[in-house]
Design a protein around this ligand. Structure first.
Ligand code: TXA
Ligand code: MG
Length: 334
């Protein structure tokens, strides 16, 4: 069985919505990464997501909705700040963890009292949400343990034959996943928790959410995603400053190793390929945004080339650089 890849357009959107209403699985573009969607109120359809991805059952899913009004049906008594953040950041790459209503199937929340929700900022995702009229559960559309997909071809490489349809909307705009913040304990006096760094910079969020604290430090049990093995390339990955990439690559190549390099993230123009034998040099222009857009695709390219070592440029830890540094540290940890 193979999975069709269809360019986004009115027919494809109607077809995708019909599959989703029937309990099927559709990969679709969002502004962050591709998501693997199913009807979020149908436990059997949601079980299909876990099976297709090989996702651990204790890692909950994000419900995607068309607007803030749709949140009312799936969460209980959201704090006022949730509505204010929604006004500022939605549609967009901010995921809010709130207390779930009885309507949300246990499997979506992996047994937690909470549910994660967001309104994606992508015309195709929003058109499919409107056309199918249900919240869509959608994790990143990769096999568990692989980099998140930023192009339809990445989804096909991971999930061909395991899902019903891939909607191709071109490369995604951000290239990294949404920022996840847990507001579920605010009314009991708990602080807002940053559970995952992502495409909305921590600084931007903190400006509107005073008292934001790092969830990994104070409440690791509230962030199941942290427990799981993350993407790690087959090759050993080192994080190296842009200015030192060429020298380190030359040294490794001199030892007879094949090397892949991911350069960029600081200046608008990434360091150019010094053309060292045995070294595949991928340069991402456009500063941090450009690096974010290219990082996961670059890791997939280098994995496919089966290089022995990967050197990744160290992002400055400001703005979305923090999210990139987080993904790279996990990849380097193996
Ligand atoms: O940008 C994104 O967020 C993409 C697109 C497709 O929307 N989705 C995505 O989903 O990255 P996923 O499943 O790959 O990552 C969701 C993260 C996981 O770390 C998960 O543990 C966390 O959100 N999460 C989901 N529900 C949660 C909950 N109720 N409490 C705490 N963490 C939750
Ligand atoms: Mg994921």
């Amino acid at each position: 069985m193979t999975t069709p890849v269809r360019p986004a357009g009115p027919d494809t959107i109607a077809h995708a919505a019909a599959i989703l209403r029937g309990g099927g699985l559709v990969a679709l573009p969002t502004e962050t990464v591709y998501g693997l969607a199913a009807n979020g109120l149908d436990p059997r359809a949601v079980a299909g997501i876990f099976a297709a991805k090989g996702r651990p059952a204790d890692n909950p899913l994000i419900l995607h909705v068309p607007d803030y009004a749709a949140v009312a049906g799936i969460v209980d008594a959201p704090p006022a700040i949730a509505g204010r953040l929604a006004e500022i950041f939605w549609p967009g790459p901010l995921t809010l963890v709130l207390r779930r209503s009885a309507k949300v199937p246990e499997i979506v929340s992996a047994g937690l009292e909470t549910v994660a929700v967001r309104v994606p900022d992508h015309p195709v995702a929003r058109a499919i949400l409107r056309a199918c009229g249900r919240p869509l559960a959608a994790p990143s559309a990769n096999r568990s343990g692989r980099p998140s997909p930023t192009r339809a071809e990445h989804v096909l490489a991971d999930l061909d034959g395991r899902i019903d349809l891939i909607v191709d909307g071109g490369p995604t705009a951000h290239g990294i996943e949404s920022t996840v913040v847990d507001l579920s304990e605010l009314d009991r006096g708990g602080p807002p928790l940053l559970l995952r760094q992502g495409a909305i910079a921590r600084e931007a969020l903190s400006a509107h959410l005073p008292g934001l604290v790092d969830g990994a430090a104070i409440a690791p049990e509230r962030s199941p995603g942290l427990r799981h093995r993350h993407y790690a390339p087959r090759a050993r990955l080192e994080i190296v400053d842009n200015g030192a990439l060429a020298e380190r690559a030359r040294a490794l190549a001199g030892e007879g190793r094949t090397v892949g390099v991911l350069a960029g993230g600081v200046d608008d123009e990434a360091p150019r390929d010094p053309e060292i034998a045995g070294v595949r040099w991928l340069a991402f222009d456009g500063g941090l945004e450009g690096y974010a857009r290219g990082l996961f695709a670059g890791l997939r390219t280098l994995d496919a080339l089966a290089v022995e070592r990967i050197l990744a440029a160290a992002p400055p830890e400001i703005g979305i650089g923090r999210a990139l540094a987080d993904r790279l540290r996990r990849a380097a940890a193996g």
